[in-house]
Design a protein around this ligand. Structure first.
Ligand code: S3P
Length: 446
């Protein structure tokens, strides 16, 4: 096995309470999306890429292990990560199955890399990942010439063989997915000619920013069909020094915690505010949240700021579906914020949430109802009737279904509940936010 060790210990129940306001200053770990990409592109550059602030979560460690299995030299020294790449076209045949753990991003982006290299790789993952659809990347990569033997429904475990040279492609995304976009672009790196992805709806653009930073030739145009990204293949990537900003998807948890626990005032430093990721801030502000975005700056080609968040009465809104791609991972914790708002918060257009690490609409609806929050589940969303700022009932044990963001969302809900909220198993939190519990304890939770 080349991936992270599967947790063999028993489930780790967790329950957090706040007996007073949350106060203080905290950082959050490095951005998960940017961390994956920095390892992958570093592994395809010739020379040494140095990464500062890499997220050392299990998902990213799975990517590191897989890139090592395909020939890259990746080490951690003096709190930095050093990557010696093999060059575009130089990935080696892995000798063992690539264990992707819980990580959809690792799986889909690495499938893109393998697709245009003359190698065969087998991808395996945990129970959650083995339920998630891979057809969305298999389809375009098969058009480029890769061959697949997947489990029923296009799922893991799957074995694929890349084609070299692969066939360049122009592909319009059928779902708004940065993972699918990135898989095709990464396949395009070792493909002759131009590979184009057209996205009708803009999704996170970290791949484009980082590919350009590594010296790939990339063209972005607005077209009638949407945003068209064209990559010139057989690229030569130059190694980089990368500083990974704090993850806005992780910052979402202390942000909502500070908003809902009475009297709180929390500063979260060094948070990525790339517009393709920062939708939650605007939605919470529209609900009345007191969030100041200060000290804006640029770190490694990404916009970053500090966030000053104060406890606020929240008012329900109807969340416009067009913001969904810019906060797709933040809906579980937005549902929690909505549980404390005054009135009914309506959130629709969330079909993609049903195929994340869990069915996040169903799992959140069940857990919120168990905590005495009134919810109405829709095929593509959720309506949450909030408490108007009062503590919610709580008193339930939540089945988190191997989903880190479900676990952290209910930990935040429990901070302002009449009865404790227990997470059945806190171990999955380490996939994206090692140190989550210590971070909340540092702000005053117990
Ligand atoms: C990610 C893209 C998103 C997001 C995931 C990370 C990425 O998935 O949910 O956590 O790094 O590209 P989709 O692009 O499939 O929506």
């Amino acid at each position: 096995m080349t991936g992270p060790a599967q947790p063999s210990s028993a489930p780790l129940p967790l329950s957090l309470v706040a007996e007073g306001p949350l106060t203080g200053t905290t950082g959050v770990p490095g951005d998960k999306s940017i961390s994956h990409r920095s390892l992958m592109l570093g592994a395809l550059a010739v020379g040494e890429t140095v990464i500062d602030g890499l997220l050392e979560g299990e998902d990213v460690l799975a990517t590191a292990a897989a890139m090592r299995a395909m020939g890259a030299d990746i080490t951690r020294r003096d709190s930095r990560w050093h990557v010696h790449g093999v060059g575009v076209g130089g990935l080696l045949q892995p000798q063992v199955a690539l264990d992707m753990g819980n990580s959809g991003t690792s799986t889909r982006l690495l499938m893109g890399l393998v697709a245009s290299h003359p190698i065969t790789a087998t991808f395996i993952g945990d129970a959650s990942l083995s339920r998630r659809p891979m057809g969305r990347v298999i389809d375009p990569l098969a058009l480029m010439g890769a061959r697949f033997a997947a489990s029923p429904g296009g799922r893991l475990p799957l074995t694929m063989t890349g084609l070299c040279p692969a066939v360049p492609l122009t592909y319009t995304l059928p779902v708004a997915s940065a993972q699918v976009k990135s898989a095709v672009l990464l396949a395009g790196l070792n493909t002759p000619g131009e590979t184009t992805v057209i996205e009708p709806v803009a999704t996170r653009d970290h791949s484009e920013r980082m590919l350009a930073g590594f010296g790939a030739v990339l063209r972005i145009e607005g077209t009638a069909q949407g945003r068209a990204i064209t990559l010139t293949g057989e690229a030569e990537l130059r190694p980089q020094a990368i500083t990974v900003p704090g993850d806005p998807s992780s910052a979402a948890f202390p942000m909502v915690a500070a908003l809902v626990v009475p009297g709180s005032a929390v500063t979260i430093t060094n948070v990525g505010i790339n517009p393709t990721r920062a939708g939650l801030i605007g939605v919470l502000q529209a609900m009345g949240a007191d969030i100041a975005v200060v000290n804006e700056r640029s770190v490694g080609g990404e916009p970053v700021a500090d966030l000053v968040v104060r406890h606020s009465p929240l008012t329900s809104i109807e969340v416009p579906p067009d913001v969904v791609p810019s906060m797709v991972d933040e809906f579980p914790v937005l549902f929690v914020a909505a549980a404390f708002a005054n009135g009914r918060t309506v959130m629709r257009g969330l079909d993609e949430l049903r195929v994340k690490e869990s069915d996040r609409i169903a799992v959140m609806a069940r857990g919120l109802a168990a905590c005495d929050v009134t919810v109405e589940e829709l095929p593509d969303g959720l309506i949450v009737s909030g408490s108007g700022g009062e503590a919610v009932g709580g008193g339930a044990t939540i089945a988190t279904e191997l989903d880190h963001r479900i676990a952290m969302s209910f930990a935040v809900l429990g901070l302002h509940a009449r009865q404790p909220v227990t997470i059945d198993d806190a171990r999955p939190i380490a996939t994206s936010f090692p140190g989550f519990v210590a971070m909340l304890q540092g702000l005053g939770a117990r």
